[in-house]
Design a protein around this ligand. Structure first.
Ligand code: GSH
Length: 219
């Protein structure tokens, strides 16, 4: 049975990195739409599979997995020989990818989310942002990007010279800074962060996913 991806149609957050992993690895999937506004993710049927009642979630022939990064790792481990090798097999190469992925999860994203938390709901409601709160949040994120600038001045991507799972994790929230918040911090810090980010957002698989949305590849 084909892998089922349960998520709302928005290509953002955790669902974005799962969708991108499926596209990168050429894995056929069926998109099962979950209407967040209608609270379909809080029904007893859904929550029996995902006890936190969130998207994304996958059902791979009865094997249920939630948490986007865990889903990505599962797909990458299951299909090592198709598409790019985003989780290298060599111990040291793999550890460097896990190191950079841990930085994304524990350092970069926790600094980014307060920015989105300030701008996202207010932009949606047409309310002004609290500039002092936003500036403080941007200062934190900016400090993390300063470290990225140093790392990326020595190598092309976050875990070395190859695009990896660690880079891929950044598609969850960083694109939303510009699309939702109108904040172009990813391309206005240092030249190396700008180069790296421009390369990520123009990656053909990402452009395709953004254009087409989650699209069942089987009927
Ligand atoms: N850590 C989770 C976060 C999942 C998450 O926050 N999902 C959001 C959509 S991107 C959601 O389901 N929001 C609705 C809710 O929490 O009720 C993951 O990466 O899968």
């Amino acid at each position: 049975m084909v892998l089922k991806l349960y998520t709302d149609p928005d290509v953002g957050g955790g669902p974005a990195i799962v969708g991108l992993t499926l596209v990168e690895k050429h894995v056929p999937y069926e998109h099962v739409p979950v209407n967040i506004d209608a609270k379909e993710h809080k029904t007893p049927e859904y929550m029996a599979k995902h006890p936190f009642g969130q998207v994304p979630m996958i059902d791979d022939d009865g094997f249920i997995v939630y948490e986007s990064r865990a889903i990505c790792r599962y797909i990458l481990e299951k299909y090592p020989n198709q598409g790019p090798e985003l989780l290298p097999k060599g111990l040291k190469e793999r550890t460097l990818v896990e190191q950079a992925a841990a930085v994304e999860y524990a350092t970069f994203t926790p600094a980014l989310l307060p920015v989105l938390k300030e701008v996202r709901p207010k932009r949606l409601r047409g309310e002004p942002v609290d500039q002092a709160v936003l500036d403080e949040a941007l200062k934190e994120l900016s400090a993390k990007l300063d470290v990225y600038e140093v790392i990326l001045s020595k190598q092309k991507f976050l875990a070395g010279d190859e695009f990896s799972f660690a880079d891929l994790c950044h598609y969850a929230y960083a694109p939303l800074l510009l699309t939702i918040g109108g904040i172009d911090i990813m391309t206005s810090k240092g030249p190396n962060v700008t180069r790296w980010w421009n390369e990520l957002i123009s990656r053909p698989t990402w452009v395709k996913l953004k254009e087409e949305g989650f699209k069942s590849t089987v009927s």
